[in-house]
Design a protein around this ligand. Structure first.
Ligand code: ADP
Length: 762
């Protein structure tokens, strides 16, 4: 049976109404009954007084004559009145003359000792009425009335009426409440219905209809407001859940949890994907998880779990999994252990991520780094013997050889230069592909760059009787955003090709225009043979010479491939238009740049400021180098300078000692020494007050800009790259003659025989 509080609200209200009606009726009837009982008593007392007075008057003669019979007769007449239960007539000396009633009544009358008047005791009223004769009190008449029967009758009557009225009023209350209660309950029931619908369907877009303006109406508004808030929170929550799921899918990151007591596993659908399982599959036990691990990695994973459970370091492990398709993937998992109150492991939870792609990228990066390191090492290894080949070749050339010898030396030098070009270009391409090419993008004046490259090309053009021209309207204000050196390198390559491939007496023209407001296009046109359309697609492929390898024209097939990569790296582009028999026009495009307000000198060359001394006086030079052929080369080169004393050391430490003992006028320093890196030797020379002032010229096969800048910043006076350009070497020798390094200009020179560049010292 339902408890009252669980009953429908309608029943509760009906019940309450009926209870209230009953209580009100009961109270009303009780008040009425009490009033009636009181009135009855008053009335009975008054009646008793009247009867007493008449009877006392009638008894006066009997009392006078002490006539018991007459007295008994008069009192007996009172028996007709049902409420009078006892009467006693006594003389003045209290002697009883007549009596009727029970002995209890007699005792009550006597005990009352009432002289005259009333005494009411519960339902009983005692009246004492003096009996007077001839003006004197001759006796007393006692009348005792009992109202109990009358009151009981009254109570029964009232009880009956009350019951009837109660039934009638409850009936009326029930009918009326049934009629009108729907006004209160319907809105509440509707609200309750709405709440149930929402709970059943989890649909927070439903709203309760407001049907009244009372408290239930206010409740409906508040309910709807609350629903709106829940709906917006629910939407935000769903969006966040979706985002989280998407993020997990993108990152291939899944969640897992393991109950250590039941050994049950619980994990997200993304974890299923990480393990190559369908989203529906429920991997709920640890044994199944173990099956998914690559067999060779299982022990490692179990060990990592064991260590974490024993309170060791956090669970963090990378292992392989085998997908049902057989594919092996790499995953990275981490997790934490949750302890119970007793400090025992209770649960483990964590994440697992598919890191296969990242591992592959790392592998590729590692391979690319290894490739770059290999190329850099190879280039160094190749440059060192080349240094000897080109150096001695140039020396031989200077020693007035016979015609035959000159030709042979020419072959050696041209083959050596070809090899050097090849090494430089391969190295540049590999640097760009490894993303290690360091470019310094700055506004570069196009007119200046063209002029400088045209100057470089003039000797070759003259040699081949090629007319080299630049368009007349070159504007000195036009700048492009480029790395000055690399921009010139590309221009040199295009001009060099144009001059090389154009037959004698042809023409090569350079021009540029600004097609939009964002780019500058530089064009190199020639009147050469042109390039067949079907070969154009292969023009920028490394080592692709498009048949030129069968001709006498020298080349590596790397120039255009490198130019294209350099242009890409600088945010530019390169292209060609060619017509067979008419010639080709190569073009490059670079972003237009604003002209800098102030133009700083772009290179550190000091043309004309300091004239090389023609014949140095007695001079000592220390050469620290571990390669014998290089030592021999420098020795022979210096033989051309009489009065120069050469000290040599094949080790860094010995070199430092020699420098301190002899304080030479110049130190030539190789960087790859067996005991100390050349960098350390330079630092120690610059830290020592005895040797600080001596200019140090670094001679190294490492032609990277970073290395050059590093050494120049550390105090080197010059940086010459191997293979040595003999002329450049002598030029540097002259420039450093009589110079105190401590007073040297902040713009020292770096040179690889082709390029000179400013390098501010710190
Ligand atoms: P190479 O060292 O052979 O000159 P490049 O990469 O600079 O290498 O050029 C690739 C090839 O493109 C050349 O071998 C040549 O066949 C062709 N080529 C380049 N420039 C011209 C040009 N101006 N006229 C004709 N052919 C050219």
């Amino acid at each position: 049976m339902l408890k009252l509080r669980d009953r429908p609200i309608r029943q509760k209200i009906t019940l309450v109404i009926m209870m209230i009606a009953s209580a009100v009726l009961l109270l009303a009837f009780a008040a009425l009954f009490c009033f009636q009982a009181y009135t009855l008593k008053q009335h009975s007392a008054h009646e008793l007084a009247v009867v007493g007075e008449i009877t006392a008057h009638n008894c006066a003669a009997a009392v006078m004559f002490k006539d018991e019979d007459a007295a008994a007769q008069i009192l007996g007449g009172l028996r007709t009145m049902p409420q009078i239960v006892s009467a006693r007539l006594q003389l003045a000396d209290q002697q009883q003359l007549a009596f009727f009633g029970t002995p209890r009544d007699e005792t009550q009358i006597k005990a009352a000792r009432l002289e005259s008047g009333f005494r009411i005791d519960g339902d009983r009223i005692l009246l004492a009425q003096p009996v007077m004769a001839s003006g004197a009190r001759e006796g007393t008449l006692y009348l005792l009335a009992d109202l109990h029967a009358t009151t009981s009758q009254l109570l029964k009557l009232y009880g009956g009426i009350f019951a009837l009225v109660l039934v009638a009023s409850l009936l009326v209350a029930f009918i009326l409440s049934n009629q009108f209660l729907h006004l209160i309950t319907t809105p509440i029931l509707r609200l309750a219905g709405t709440a149930r619908t929402i709970a059943d369907h989890n649909d927070y877009s439903v709203r309760a209809a407001k049907v009244c303006g009372d408290e239930v109406g206010v409740l409906t508004d508040a309910f709807n407001q609350m629903l709106a808030q829940i709906q917006s929170q629910d939407t935000a929550l769903r969006e966040n859940e979706n985002k989280l799921a998407q993020a997990q899918a993108i990152a291939h990151l899944g969640y897992w949890e393991r109950d250590l007591i039941t050994d049950r596993l619980m994990w997200s659908s993304e974890t299923n994907r990480v393990f190559g399982l369908s989203p529906e599959e429920d991997v709920n036990n640890f044994a199944r998880f173990q099956e998914l691990i690559y067999p060779e990695d299982r022990d490692m994973v179990m060990q990592a779990i064991g260590v974490a459970l024993r309170g060791g370091p956090r669970y963090e492990v990378e292992y392989r999994v085998v997908w049902p398709s057989g594919e092996v993937r790499f995953v990275y998992s981490q997790g934490d252990v949750i302890l119970d109150e007793a400090g025992q492991p209770r649960r483990m939870f964590g994440t697992v991520q598919d890191v296969t792609e990242r591992k592959l990228v790392d592998e590729v990066k590692r391979a690319s780094k290894a490739k770059s390191e290999f190329l850099s090492r190879m280039s160094h290894e190749l440059r060192t013997p080349l240094n000897a080949i080109l150096g001695f070749g140039q020396l031989l050339e200077r020693q007035k050889p016979t015609e035959v010898q000159r030709k042979r030396v020419g072959y050696i030098l041209s083959a050596g230069k070809h090899l050097l070009d090849l090494i430089n270009e391969v190295l540049d391409i590999s640097r760009i592909e490894a993303g290690r090419m360091q470019l310094s993008l700055e506004p570069v004046c196009v007119a200046d760059a063209l002029e400088e490259t045209l100057d470089l090309m003039r000797p070759l053009a003259t040699e081949r009787s090629i007319q080299l021209s630049a368009s007349a309207d070159i504007d000195a204000g036009v700048h492009v955003l480029a790395d000055r050196q690399r921009f010139k390198q590309v221009l040199v390559n295009l001009l060099n090709n144009a001059v090389k491939y154009t037959p004698f007496f042809g023409g090569v023209a350079v021009s540029y225009h600004v097609p939009g407001n964002e780019k500058v296009r530089v064009l190199v046109s020639d009147t050469g043979p042109g390039i067949p359309a079907e070969k154009l697609a292969r023009l920028f492929t490394p080592f692709e010479r498009l048949g030129a390898e069968q001709s006498a024209i020298e080349g590596t097939g790397l120039g255009l491939a490198l130019s294209q990569r350099l242009m890409d790296a600088m945010g530019g582009s390169i292209g060609v238009e060619s017509a067979m028999g008419k010639g080709s026009t190569f073009w490059i495009e670079l972003p237009l740049a604003k002209s800098p307000l102030e133009r700083f000198p772009r290179d550190g060359t000091d043309n004309g400021a300091r004239q090389p001394s023609s014949e140095p006086a007695s001079r000592s030079i220390l050469y620290i180098e571990d390669n014998l052929s290089n030592l021999a080369l420098i020795e022979q080169m210096l033989a051309e300078r009489p009065g120069t004393a050469l000290l040599t050391s094949m080790q860094g430490k010995v070199g430092l000692d020699l420098a301190r003992q002899h304080t030479p006028d110049l130190i030539l320093l190789d960087l790859h020494l067996p005991d100390l890196p050349g960098w350390d030797v330079l630092s120690q020379l610059k830290a020592d007050s005895t040797t600080r002032h001596i200019p140090v010229v670094v001679i190294s096969a490492d032609a990277t800009k970073r290395q050059m800048n590093r050494l120049m910043s550390a105090g080197a006076a010059h940086y010459l790259t191997k293979p040595l350009d003999v002329n450049k070497f002598f030029q540097v020798l002259d420039e450093t003659n009589g110079i105190d390094s401590a007073e040297q200009s902040p713009a020292a020179a770096i040179s690889n025989g082709e390029v000179k560049e400013a390098c501010p010292s710190p």
